[in-house]
Design a binder for this molecule. Structure first.
Ligand SMILES: N[C@@H](CCC(=O)N[C@@H](CS)C(=O)NCC(=O)O)C(=O)O
Length: 225
């Protein structure tokens, strides 16, 4: 939105409340993000970027018309997004939930914080079922993350530039933002809140010299500072 010069009022929704609000807006799933524009509700970051590119009055573009950009973004969403989430929560929710609570508490009202505290055991249970969390599942996801990072690094290549062609696109935003909780660049809005549980931290420390790590930091520095 910032890149395309579109103003948005970002509201952080507490887990649980996000489903109530989504239902009120007529959505079948609670999944965030969703964007309300007058009477219209657009759900999912991919659909939101499509909408934003059509609304866009500036000369900026995020490559929505390039099928290669969309294909790279889809693979990132389906693999890296899903498995980074399952890997992180498999350890964090099941073994170190105290690390997750401050992230969910961030930016919500005192009333929502109280509701979240009361509902915390239910939320952990629903997340465990909904995302299929578990020790073995976490290990499986880590293997997939490692394979997908190899693929990502083959796209970044020796030129260390953008994923598709020579211009910044929605595929770069997707890769950088999905990896931001791991890399925690200082320009990432949650970098101070994010804290990895012990095994994930150890894995991440072994990745700091990787090409993808530097690339994510560079994307944030160039486009978010
Ligand atoms: N690729 C989708 C992923 C959306 C997604 O999975 N959102 C998760 C948070 S990471 C969510 O809202 N989960 C809670 C739920 O589905 O109720 C997007 O970027 O819009």
């Amino acid at each position: 939105m910032d890149y395309l010069g579109i103003d948005v009022d970002v509201q952080i929704l507490a887990p649980g409340t996000h489903i109530e609000i989504a239902n009120k807006l007529g959505l079948k799933r609670g999944s965030v993000p969703f964007l309300r524009v007058g009477e219209i509700v657009i759900q999912g970051s991919d659909a939101i970027i499509h909408w934003a590119e059509q609304e866009n009055k500036s000369n900026a573009t995020l490559g929505s018309l390039n099928p290669e950009v969309i294909a790279v973004e889809k693979r990132l969403d389906d693999k890296l997004g899903v498995h980074i989430r399952r890997w992180f929560y498999s350890e964090a929710i099941l073994e170190a939930p105290a690390l997750v609570k401050p992230i969910f508490m961030h930016g919500i009202s005192a009333w929502e914080k109280l509701k979240l505290t009361l509902k915390w055991p239910i939320i952990c249970r629903l997340m465990t079922q909904g995302m299929d969390l578990g020790h073995q599942q976490g290990l499986e996801s880590l293997e997939i993350i490692k394979q997908e990072i190899e693929w990502l690094e083959s796209l970044i290549g020796d030129r260390n530039s953008y994923l598709v062609g020579n211009t910044f696109s929605r595929s770069d935003i997707t890769a950088a933002s999905l990896l931001a909780p791991l890399v925690t660049p200082s320009e990432y809005s949650c970098s101070k809140l994010m804290s990895l549980p012990p095994r994930a931290k150890q894995e991440s420390e072994e990745m700091v010299d990787r090409l993808f790590w530097n690339w994510v930091e560079a994307q944030y520095k160039t486009h978010r500072s």
